[in-house]
Design a binder for this molecule. Sequence first.
Ligand code: LLP
Length: 396
Amino acid sequence: MSASPSIPRADLYAAADRFGTPLYVYDAAELDAALARVQAAFGGARVFYAMKANPNLALLARLRASGVGFECVSAGEIARAEHVGAGGEDILVNGPAKSREEYETGARLGAIFVVDREEEVGLLPPGSRALVRVNPALNVSTHDHLATGAAGSKFGVTPAQAPGVLRALREAGHHALGLHVHIGSAIRLVTDFGAAFARLAELRAHTGELEVLDVGGGWGLGADLPGIAREAREAASAFGAQLWVEPGRYLVARAGTLLTRVVGTKRTGRNFLLTDAGMTELLRPMLYGAVHPVTPLWDGGEAQTWDVAGPACESGDLLARDVALPEPNPGDLLAVGDAGAYGAAMSGSYLTRPRPAEALWEGGAWRLIRRRETPRDVWAAEMGAYTASTHDRQGP
Ligand code: LLP
């Protein structure tokens, strides 16, 4: 049996032995396949990878080599894009509360800004290229935290405001490229996307033709990509616009697996399978009630029902609930699937847990693409302050 798409079990154990666990592994072939599916469905559209899903430089470089640009929401993300050789044309600077540093770095690179509120027109560097983000005020089928196009959401301007913001951009000497919409994340219903894109297309009467329609990302795993693409193309053609897309999860989720070792078991009325990974490595189950498939990489007898619990001192630190798995032995590996997006990216060092290593499976071999942190890495930024005191016995 294999876990993530096509990596043999023996190679997963070899990676765990070599790089330690918890460990994020990525299958390069699956990453390439996901991009190919996007390009096939959205043929001709420009793809800007939303790097918040997984900003690992090795993955960015691989996507960049296929001509993909980047959607960035922080100065750090812009720096990553620059680091892998993206130019201004290939960088979208997005976000509801951009900092001065983000405007400045974006401007230095000649990046394209996504305007999120009217006041930003006056904040953009002179002569900026810009899109205007529209909030279509629709309820979509996803977790509340993942809905960004609902009436109460902080993102974008109202459809009624959008034509005025485009005009204001032009009057201020900026290059108003067109409109942007992103209604949320992990959405599977084509009708949700269709409704949002149609709401934008209605603005055609007030905006005239536009160069670009950017329909964001948000495609849930297993979503009907050709169906979403059809709706997007229809809206873009209403404006005579080129279509841009910003997938995050769809490009990287399936390629990634979190490998964790079984620490032991515990029976207290519930069966707990204790693992060396938890909320600090994969926050999504705790934060969104997300369900990630777990695959046992051991042979065993009859399956029992388990809660998979991590090492943190928090009751919510569960990777999975009520899953059927055979009895493990300590040291066995459990593979947590669909973890390539918002897994490593949202991992943290709470409890001074060093962030895990990441390895890429490519051409039948492993490549370490992020080394495991050490506790010292976690407290590195405190060290200057601390070593200045007389309490330090170890020295700098
Ligand atoms: N474009 C914009 C403007 C976005 O805000 C996002 C995601 C994307 C594109 C990419 O969305 P995707 O294709 O990945 O759904 N941490 C959450 C997901 C938050 C997504 C935030 N914005 C999770 O773990 O599910």
